[in-house]
Ligand binder design. Sequence first.
Ligand SMILES: [Fe+2]
Length: 319
Amino acid sequence: MAIPVIDMKNLNGEGRVDIMLQIANGCETPGFFQLLNHGISHSLMDNVKKVCSENFMVSREKNFRQSFPVKMLNELMLVEVNGKKCTDMNDVDWEDVFQINDMEATNSWPSRPSNFRETMEEFRKEIFKLAEILLEIISLNLGLEKGYLKEAFAGEGKPLFGTKVSHYPPCPRPDLVKGIRSHTDAGGLILLFQDDEVPGLQVLNNGHWIDVQPTPYSVVIDIGDQLEVISGGKYKSAWHRILPTKDGNRLSVASFYNPSYSAMIYPALKVNIETEDDDAGLALTAYPKFQFGDYMSIYNKQKYEDKEPRFKAMTDINA
Ligand SMILES: [Fe+2]
């Protein structure tokens, strides 16, 4: 099984109703889908790939080779040479990552390659536009006003819009470590420009991990925890992970359209949710109302754990 691929070419023409329906279905199951003809030019996407790869090679690769996960894996492999069994690396990721929003805040853009900043700023503008088009469609699909989600995420200020550039360099023992461990995303809507050759991203669907197939010039969309809450559970944030590979240096540029920290998040729809106890023994009967900043302070400590205890903690804060 593959995740849905939706062609947005006729969104503003005769295909609109059908495309909106495909997006609604993708949001429901599996909570991941890919978009083609989304309005971001191929040449810009090529440039993003180029500047990110160049930046990794000239500025980051050396540091990655000396990073904690690499040293740890080398030590584990030495243990194996000595006849003992290697243990899995359960609390680190095989990932090189930097956040563009940090650079914007501190004006510390990489100097190499020279067109890095210009390219990434242009890309962020385009992906922001796409995020807002999708939020309008998702609002309408949920039976809400077109601007509902944009206003809900802005709160009293403006949405948090971040971009994370990651590389997953070749890993000699992909059986021992994950590129990123399984998690659901905390925020609103996630727009991912992923490598079109090196695979690795998988999403959990009905108990099975399925590949998010590399598709040239696509943008992968996934639903974050906050959209799950606002939709009353009609849409669910999906578990996903990245598996490292022995060959190929996977690139991933993920942009997050998230609520502002002060935004109040609560269900806009009343949808019955399952009330069976989850693994943590919690029976959640309704999604809570909370401030996104409070959610993030818990998420930052519990990213790789079940989301239900996080929702429960938000209920308890306001009890
Ligand atoms: Fe994620």
